[in-house]
Design a protein around this ligand. Structure first.
Ligand code: CDP
Length: 228
């Protein structure tokens, strides 16, 4: 083994709208760690595919495009391209249409493989908080702290509803619940990197927890793993 320093990773996986993104970001801020929103990568692939008229079922073309993505994360913003021609796509990837697209392109093994190096490149000192579906199982199996963060489908639908309304988007709670359940099923049933709790991950059920309580719980687990 090489002598380089171990860079700690906190892997937070869980279903849609469980609040893992919010919790992961706050945990990263508190610790001064970097943050990887891996779902954003699948959303970007879906968006760029749509613009380049690549079918979401065309595994080969999607994977080739994913390998060449020219993107930058800057705080909460996502930029496509660079220089004067760059475009802020942060809002364009967050639509319900791209939520669906992300989960459709994410079923392809070649697309997932194409995004692996990019995800690993986020692991930089002093540490990384990574959120997604397969952070603990596939992308960072040696993560120091593994959390499976979830909540009931009803609670998650309500959280997503409030999030959309607060951004001034039109939303319908029943449609959101239905979409979310369809996406959960697709994420759990796919053959590559399905959504599942890693056997060595801590389960964090947040239906009755505030964001702050969830953040505290993740930090406590991480302190414990770092003390070992
Ligand atoms: O915000 P939300 O949890 O609804 O979605 P997201 O985390 O942005 O992920 C969007 C979609 O990308 C998910 O439904 C998954 O199908 C896919 N995804 C994945 O397959 N693997 C990941 N590590 C992250 C997301």
């Amino acid at each position: 083994m090489s002598q380089h320093t171990h860079i700690p990773v906190i892997a937070i996986d869980g279903p849609s709208a469980s609040g893992k993104g919010t919790v992961a970001q706050i945990v990263a801020d508190r610790l001064g760690y970097h943050y990887l929103d891996s779902g954003a990568l699948y959303r970007i692939v879906a968006l760029v595919a749509r613009r380049q008229a690549i079918d979401w079922r065309d595994e080969h073309a999607l994977a080739e495009m994913a390998l060449q993505l020219d993107i930058r994360f800057d705080g909460n913003r996502i930029w496509l391209g660079n220089g004067d021609g760059r475009e802020d796509i942060s809002d364009a990837v967050r639509t319900e249409e791209m939520s669906r697209g992300a989960s459709e392109v994410a079923v392809h093994p070649a697309v997932r493989a194409a995004l692996l190096d990019l995800q690993h490149s986020f692991r930089q000192v002093p540490g990384l908080v990574a959120d997604g579906r397969d952070m603990a199982t596939v992308v960072f199996p040696d993560a120091d702290t593994k959390i499976f963060l979830t909540a009931t489908a009803e609670v998650r639908a309500e959280r997503r509803y409030k999030q959309l309304m607060s951004k001034g988007n039109h939303a319908n709670l029943a449609d959101i619940l239905q979409d979310l359940q369809a996406r959960d099923a697709r994420d759990r049933q796919r053959s590559v990197a399905p959504l599942q709790q890693s056997s060595d991950a801590e389960l964090l059920e947040t239906s009755a927890l505030s964001i702050e309580q969830a953040v505290e719980s993740v930090l406590a687990h991480h302190r414990k793993s770092q003390a070992k």
